[in-house]
Design a protein around this ligand. Sequence first.
Ligand code: ZN
Length: 67
Amino acid sequence: MNRARIKCPTCQRELDWESAPFRPFCSERCRLTDLGAWLTEQRAIPGDAAAAAPDADPQAQPHKDAG
Ligand SMILES: [Zn+2]
């Protein structure tokens, strides 16, 4: 039998791929930890949202409609 051995990306612990319900992580905790780190990284990236914004939207003009 050739069992695949993988390493948990979070804690580097070796585990069997077959018997790892949270693969590629060794446990749910490690999975959540990695996911959390990933999300944090995404948020940490300084995004220039204004640079991607197009010119003033013609539909966004303020309309006075006091009737
Ligand atoms: Zn782990």
